[in-house]
Each structure stands twice: as C-alpha cells, then as structure tokens.
Design a binder for this molecule. Structure first.
Ligand code: SAM
Length: 263
C-alpha cells in the first residue's frame, strides 16, 4: 500500500473504477493515489479515468518490458504484446549493430533495445511531432537521436544500406476496423498511430520497400502484425526481396515477423 499525505477512501475509489469497467481496479487505484499529490488531484484523475482516458496518459508513463516509458497525451501507449517484437528483433541483431526504431511512438522499443544491445548506432524516427517530442523525452538522456518525418526520409543518408536492424511497430489496423477498437485507443491515440489503410498493410508495404534499401546485406527488419495478417505480410516482404520468418507468442497474443535482406 502506498503512503500518501492524505487518506483516500480506497474502497470507494476501487468501486468507482470497477463500475467504469477498469479490470484491474485495485492496481489502478494505487497508481492514481501515488500520482495524485492531493485529494483534489486524485478526484480529478479518477474523474478523467472514469470518463475513459487511458491510465497511462493520466499517469504520464507506461510500463514496457520492465521499464517506465514516458507517454504523452495522444501518443500510442506501448502494448505488452510488443515485447515479442523487441525480443525477436534483439535475437537477430548481431554484434554491435546499427539499429533504427522506425515508427517509434514514445520510443519504447529503442529504450529497451538500448539496454539489450551493444549497438554502434541507435536512432528512432516518427512522423507525428507529438510522438517525436515524447520519444525525445525518453531517449535524449541516453544520447539516442529521434528524427521527425515520413519513414526513412529524415534519416542521415550515410546510413542507407548500412543498417543491421530496423524495428518497426507501424500502424496495422485495417481502416474499417479502427471504429471497432476500444475507446481508449480510438479516442485518445492519434489515428496515424493506428490506421494501416484498407488491409492494414499500407504503411508496412512502404516500410518493407524502404528496408530493402536501408538495410545492410544480411540485416533484418522486424515488424508486428495481427496473426491473420502474417501470411499476406510475408508475401509483401518477399516481394521487397526480403526473407521472412514468423514468430508467435500465444500467451502475449502477439505476432512478429523478422525479414532478412539476403547477402
Ligand atoms: C502503432 S504505433 C507504435 C509506436 C511504438 N513503436 C510502440 O510500439 O509503442 C505506430 C507509430 O507509427 C507512426 N507512424 C505512422 N505512419 C508513419 C510514417 N509514415 N512515418 C513515420 N512514422 C509513422 C505513428 O505516429 C505512431 O507513433
């Protein structure tokens, strides 16, 4: 139990959160109490949580692979399932790799890879200025640069054809399915973070084409998709000249695909 300068009514708080559909109401209550400096601030946080704001946006951080990642309003909240993508990417990285976290959002993947790999170069990039600002908050202290722009376009050209690993959790929700996402995602995360075009693979097609140019021979692209998209994505990657391998974790309900540039 967290100690605070005030005594919140925990049962009432948990009851409100549970009634609003928060599955882990006890845990959320403790996190909100710890984040609030006063009864008024706690009431405000709980009111906004009950109104549907994502817990992570209220706290200003999310836990990802055991690390605390700053997450600003509107920025994609790193999902637990993306641990598979990060693990699959780290497994194929090789020694002292040059690594790019493309479509980095908060920079969660780069943050974890910074600790797992002895990379000779690590950078991140995103199109959305809010995501770039958030990623910089997470990655500046580590000296990891964050570039703003469309996919590979903002990167220093000296890395073209020299990257050993490109990790990209790009948007992959089919446009028609965005309306069916939980409100926390649909209403509070930027559409550009979610919408992957008609079949969900529009951005990933461009990522695959870019990776074929930016990867060094023998380098790898690592991406996340839904299980149902894996076969189509493998065809996209093969068309781009890459050799795909599907990785699945049923417990995390996660699917990642790594793809090697031959050579
Ligand atoms: C699903 S979110 C993933 C964020 C982060 N990688 C994570 O796993 O938490 C997708 C991200 O891709 C970014 N994005 C979408 N289209 C992009 C593009 N054309 N170029 C660069 N980034 C893009 C979005 O702004 C968003 O931050």
């Amino acid at each position: 139990m967290t100690s605070t300068l005030f005594t919140p009514d925990r049962p009432a708080l948990v009851g409100r959160l549970r009634a609003a559909g928060c599955v882990f109401a006890e845990d959320e209550a403790e996190l909100l109490i710890a984040a609030a400096g006063s009864p008024e601030a706690l009431t405000d946080l709980v009111d906004r949580r009950v109104a549907g704001l994502p817990l992570e946006h209220l706290l200003g951080w999310a836990e990802f692979c055991g690390l605390r990642v700053a997450v600003d309003p509107g920025v994609f909240v790193p999902r637990g399932r993306t641990a598979l993508l990060v693990a699959a990417a780290a497994a194929v990285a090789g020694p002292s790799p040059a690594v790019l976290d493309l479509c980095c959002g908060s920079g969660a993947a780069a943050l974890v890879l910074h600790g797992r790999l002895a990379s000779r170069w690590l950078a991140a990039a995103d199109l959305d200025p809010a995501a770039v600002a958030c990623a910089r908050r997470n990655l500046d202290p580590l000296g990891v640069p964050v570039y703003e722009g469309d996919l590979f376009a903002p990167l220093p050209t000296r890395w073209r054809g020299r990257l050993d690993l490109v990790v990209a959790n790009a948007p992959y929700v089919p446009s028609g399915a965005v309306a069916m996402l939980p409100p926390e995602a649909r209403l509070y995360e930027a559409p550009v973070a979610l919408d992957g075009g008609v079949d969900g693979l529009a951005v990933l097609r461009r990522v695959a084409a870019g990776a074929a140019e930016w990867l060094a021979p023998g380098g790898h692209l690592a991406v996340e998709v839904s299980a149902g998209q894996a076969v189509a994505l493998c065809a996209v990657l093969a068309d781009a000249g890459l050799i795909p391998t599907v990785v699945r974790d049923d417990e995390l309900e996660a699917t990642a695909v790594t793809a090697r540039r031959p050579g």
